[in-house]
Design a protein around this ligand. Structure first.
Ligand code: G6P
Length: 362
């Protein structure tokens, strides 16, 4: 049928969409470049952000995870305080809002009912909203004041991959353009850094055999799996765990490396897989300390580190990228490991049970 044609030679949309990520990065750069080759964003959006005293990111699922990384980027590059909220909770536990809030909705589909409910609520309160979405003309795009597009192309697999990295890339561009407008980041070559990200993604996509082996070694029989990381790696661990549970039905959780000992370490048994990310220099030793703690209790650790930070025995070493942008590449091995775990366990990769691509009920 028509959908098979779109899949081309790929067995699954998810694998195709993972592989499209380098291309999506390059498309995003192109779409956000002005004639002089600099990155540019509609000045009315930059003004709206600069007028705000605090940004409130609202999202669900994978888009929420992109928001957690986006907060770090915006706070570091643009120096504006950011809060990130799960849309479904926002209505009941609305935080005390600042004097001049601006809301940023992140939604691949632009149709998620939980996010839309918040949009309706904050519009009634008289506030403005920016939507980051992959779907031009979607509800969240039409009803917000401003839109930034992800340019990721249609994402068909239920488990989101290229939309997540696209969301982080567009948030990076937004953070850097705002940062530059405020006189920060003079020497941060974003176009070049994102180009390096695209190349690194390509290297990772060419290394599929390695990730298939990791999935076979760690995940073919286990009933659970933990992802640990500190700092930026922690947020990617949340996304890695979500990917794995969505498509392989393995109970997976992402934890901050330092938090494990406060309870979760009780779950470590002989052979429990613990996937650790180590891409941040300042926490490299402490995350490795956490790995030793779980290994001493029988865990089967799999360390994914980055060039320059690697140690003997690491399962995989990522190509070096700007330390602020590591989530854009460290998620790729986790996507591929989840993909192969799902495949090996005979699950329906593209259409996992109980899940929908776009959830239009609250
Ligand atoms: C659904 C999908 C998730 C997605 C979430 C938010 O639950 O299965 O993959 O992350 O909705 O979707 P959105 O389109 O708003 O990003």
């Amino acid at each position: 049928d028509a959908s098979d044609i779109e899949k081309g030679t790929y067995p699954h949309y998810m694998l195709k969409e993972i592989d499209e990520q380098p291309l999506v990065m390059r498309k995003i750069i192109q779409n956000y470049q002005d004639e002089s080759g600099d990155l540019a964003i509609d000045p009315t959006i930059i003004d709206a952000i600069n007028e705000a005293d605090r940004l409130y990111i609202i999202a669900c699922g994978t888009s929420y995870h992109a928001g957690l990384v986006g907060k770090q980027m915006i706070e570091k590059m643009a120096k504006i305080p950011v809060e990130v909220h799960v849309a479904s909770e926002f209505g009941y536990n609305m935080p005390l809002l600042s004097e001049k809030p601006l809301f940023i909705f992140i939604s691949q589909s632009g149709e998620t009912a939980d996010s839309r409910a918040v949009l309706v609520q904050i519009k009634e309160m008289g506030y403005k909203a920016l939507t980051l979405t992959n779907v031009p003309g979607s509800t969240l795009s039409r009803e917000a004041d401003y839109t930034l597009l992800l340019h990721a192309g249609p994402e068909i697999a239920v488990a989101s991959t290229k939309a997540y990295t696209a969301q982080m890339a567009v948030l990076t561009i937004l953070a850097s353009v705002v940062g530059k407008s405020k006189g920060h980041l003079a020497d941060f070559p974003v176009v070049k850094e994102l180009g390096i990200i695209a190349n690194a993604m390509e290297t990772l996509c060419d290394d599929k055999d390695r990730f298939e082996m990791i999935a076979r070694e760690y995940l073919s029989v286990t009933r659970n799996c933990f992802f640990i990381g500190r700092s930026l790696d922690y947020f990617v661990c949340l996304e890695g765990a979500l990917k794995l549970k969505e498509i392989s039905y393995i109970q997976a959780e992402g934890f901050a490396g330092g938090e494990l000992k406060h309870g979760t370490i009780a779950l470590i048994e002989e052979g429990t897989p613990v996937i650790a990310l180590a891409t941040q220099e300042d926490v490299n030793l402490s995350i490795r300390g956490n790995v030793k703690e779980v290994a001493a209790r029988g865990a089967h650790p799999c360390i994914i580190s980055m060039e320059g930070l690697e140690q003997e025995g690491d399962a995989y070493v990522l190509p070096e990228v700007n330390p602020m942008l590591t989530p854009l590449i460290s998620v790729v091995p986790l996507q591929l490991i989840s993909y192969y775990a799902s495949l090996h366990r005979g699950c329906d990769v593209d259409k996992p049970r109980n899940l929908a691509k776009s959830v239009t009920v609250e």
